[in-house]
Design a protein around this ligand. Structure first.
Ligand SMILES: [Zn+2]
Length: 508
């Protein structure tokens, strides 16, 4: 163990918290300096045994005695510590006199370590000590230290959720806090679509079709469009659910593409929230990140093909009948009979957060859903042709009845034939029924419009559709396919597959 001290100082710290004890008494600036010194100590394999803090104390005023600085000198003198770390030389000294006192101790003890986090000061060398004197004489070389304080403040701001000078993040307006008119929704849809089965590659294609270009300065020479990694980085960015992140300088240099979910700032174990508008909820963001991570793992282990979801009709549409989690496609083990016959199944995967309680063989399930879907399309097209389409006026008679009844209740109340309480009960009941019928009416209108737009060519072209095209069509009518648990090894049972249609006027 090589014991050293850590010295921090701020001449003015507005963030000083007055009444707390111990560490909490130290203001933010000082705490941040210590944090950096901890990192430096770890890098240099030193142990910080004592912390010296002169918060709110100027170093350039000869009349001011810095208590902790005096203590530091004494401890260096008697060998309690064998060196000192500080953020920058101007935190330690700003007068030639103080520089000379420090330098004397390091001249006497050539093995002492005296290092700054920034500015490169090394008091074990003659140049380092000369520089300390020169910098002290020049008042800490104001030009450099101002620049450095800006950097320091930028780091502080990042922790508070601001970031200076960085390009506007995709999804937010220029103020970086309010949502961008169109990008926010595009990003939201994409984040929700990932656990639903869409791949990053498919989202990249969508975005390119929408005309999104790489952020400025990010475009590599020779590339014409969005990078896959750029799209992925946007989808997993903790910022989208409001979490603050901080990527330390050292990480920025060492990791080519940091996985930002690992750099969420936490306080007492909980993520720190930023002061910008979030695009999705933390749960939605987590589902997206978990799905992408699972796919990366699968790829790394050579398990699943690159674009699992695009290949399988019902991934993301089928859900677990036990826990409602989306089912994902999953290969049977090679060499088994099931693998030979069907190849894959759909499963509620615990690795993604499901209950693991449901698996179902893939192809028979897809056949069943496809057949039911096409039947429904034929039925709805038939209705359009016969002009017997959805009747949105079916509740209109009852709606005018309700209006009448409301009027009657009011009349009877005015004539004092019923009490106030009874009248209110009756009115609330009638109004509730009216609101519900109006809601149904709106849904019927929506269905009617969609059916009118449904193309009869769908039936003819269906067989030629790609899986993503089919999926898009299925989603028009099918909200989800609930797959209910079956006993192990049981034969495929159509009764256990429940299709939840988008509207309530489906064939039952
Ligand atoms: Zn489940």
């Amino acid at each position: 163990m090589f014991p050293v001290g850590a010295y921090a100082r701020a001449s003015e710290d507005k963030a000083l918290r007055a009444n707390a004890a111990g560490w909490r008494e130290i203001g933010d600036q000082v705490a941040e300096q210590f944090k950096d010194m901890d990192e430096l100590a770890a890098e240099l394999n030193l142990t910080i045994t004592r912390r010296y803090s002169d918060n709110h104390t100027p170093a350039g005023d000869p009349r001011v005695i810095r208590n902790d600085f005096e203590m530091l000198l004494a401890d260096l003198e008697n060998g309690t510590i064998r060196g000192v770390l500080f953020y920058h030389s101007d935190r330690l000294v700003r007068q030639e006199y103080d520089a000379a006192r420090i330098n004397r101790l390091f001249q006497l003890n050539p093995r002492y370590v005296g290092r700054a986090v920034v500015g490169g000061t090394d008091l074990a060398t003659q140049e380092g000590r000369s520089m300390l004197t020169v910098q002290a004489a020049m008042g800490g070389m104001e030009v450099y230290s101002t620049k450095r304080r800006v950097t320091r403040r930028n780091k502080g701001l990042a922790e508070r959720g601001h970031m200076h000078g960085a390009p506007r993040p995709f999804g937010w307006a220029e103020d970086r806090r309010t949502l961008h008119d169109t990008e926010a929704e595009v990003l939201r849809q994409a984040v929700l679509a990932i656990p639903d089965g869409l791949t990053v590659g498919e989202i990249r294609k969508q975005w390119i079709n929408l005309g999104y270009e790489p952020t400025r300065n990010k475009r590599k020479p020779g590339t014409q469009s969005l990078q896959h990694s750029t799209v992925e980085a946007r989808l997993v960015n903790p910022r989208i659910c409001g979490y603050r992140t901080y990527l330390p300088q050292a990480e920025r240099r060492n990791i080519k593409r940091p996985w930002m979910p690992e750099f969420v700032i936490r306080k007492d174990g909980r993520p720190v929230m930023g002061d910008w508008e979030a695009i999705v909820s933390p749960e939605e963001w987590q589902a997206c990140v978990a799905t992408i991570e699972e796919r990366q793992r699968a790829r790394a282990e050579g398990r699943a093909p690159h674009s699992t979801s695009a290949k399988y009709l019902l991934s993301g549409i089928a859900r677990c009948g036990k826990c409602s989690f989306p089912l994902m496609s999953n290969q049977y083990s090679k060499g088994t009979t099931s693998y030979e016959r069907y190849g894959y199944r759909y499963a509620c995967l615990t690795t993604l957060g499901g209950c693991g309680g449901v698996t179902r063989v893939g192809p028979p399930m897809e056949d069943l859903v496809e057949t039911a879907f096409l039947q429904e399309v034929r039925r709805s097209l038939g209705m359009v042709v016969e002009q017997r389409s959805v009747d949105e006026t079916q509740h209109d008679a009852r709606l005018s009845e309700i209006d009448q009844e409301i009027k009657q209740v009011s009349d009877r109340r005015r004539e004092k034939r019923i009490g106030m309480g009874t009248a209110l009960d009756l009115l609330e009941e009638l109004e509730g029924e009216r609101d519900e019928l109006n809601r149904q009416r709106r849904r019927l209108v929506a269905t009617k419009v969609r059916r009118r737009n449904a193309s009869p060519s769908l039936l003819k072209e269906w067989m030629g559709y790609s899986v993503p095209q089919k999926k898009a069509q299925l989603r028009e009518l099918i909200r989800a396919v609930m797959v209910h648990p079956a006993g192990r090894g049981r034969k495929f049972d159509p009764e256990l597959i429940e299709i939840a249609w988008n509207e309530d006027d489906h064939p039952s």
